[in-house]
Ligand binder design. Sequence first.
Ligand code: AMP
Ligand code: MG
Length: 326
Amino acid sequence: MLKPPIQELQTYYKTIRTRRMQLILKVQATAFRGIRDYLDNNGFTELLPPIIGPVTDPGIRGAKQVTIDYYGKEYKVMSSAILYKQMAAASLDKIYFFSPNVRLEPLETATTGRHLVEFVQVDIEEANITYEDAMRTAENLVAHIVSYVVDEAAPYLEELGRTLRKFRPPFKKITHREAVELLRSKGEKVSYYTEIPWEQEEKLSRMFDEPFFIIDYPKGARGFYDMEDESRPGILRDFDMLYPEGYGEAISGAEREYRYEKVIARMRESGEDPAKYGWYLDMLREGIPPTAGFGIGVERLTRYLCGLSAVWEARPYPKIAGVYSP
Ligand code: AMP
Ligand code: MG
């Protein structure tokens, strides 16, 4: 666990002029080129991300949404644009956007080194594919980014003292149940029915030297939009990709529930009021094709690529839970 550098964060804006921050931002910009290089050459269309809307992703692990007053009505700032990207893929087939997200993360996340309140994820979604296909896209994308950065940003990585090695997909897959069993065998107290807590996830990530997938999360651990496997009730057709070396979660993804009646039932089960989701349910009622996809956080990616101790080092003006800073 990292100590929250409250004092330092209040004046963190000064780091923009340090050599270290320059190097990190150079590597980050190279990674952005690598992402677009892969996606643009594989038939994806880049779209502009929505920033505000009547509803946003409720499946955000204890974080709070931000509400703004929109001419007397309420809008949410995107905690993730999941609902929008599903509809966009239903129309354009293979899409992505760089999506700024705001989540008022719980105060204890200030010490994880992995949580920002304001961050960006690249949201990727494809129509008519399974979650296995989405994992193939995810591993090919991550392998491409790492390879691109190793080739294009070598001098910056060297100056940062980071040794990064290329990976060849496919990446290893373990089920959520197997991950829990593995952790329990090491004396960790983890549940079969929830997402793996940050600390244990970090421990798990230290047991691997390549990125790997955790698949098939239990229902209840995730949002209403992750598809339940009909042949295995209670199990979702979804996944996370974790970085090795203790860096933890890189990606969350899933096959999406897209059938109107099922979505309503899942919303009710997870305590969401369907009445709030008017536009989304209207689209589902008209009928959309199945989609699957994932989101990859760019600050965590940068942290991994550069070997940084904390995610706030990947932004010149980081926002950490509870810290008021520029
Ligand atoms: P989630 O919807 O919570 O699975 O988020 C999708 C991806 O965005 C994660 O896999 C992370 O890479 C990234 N992410 C989520 N929350 C944060 C956060 N608070 N700070 C930085 N990155 C995040
Ligand atoms: Mg996640």
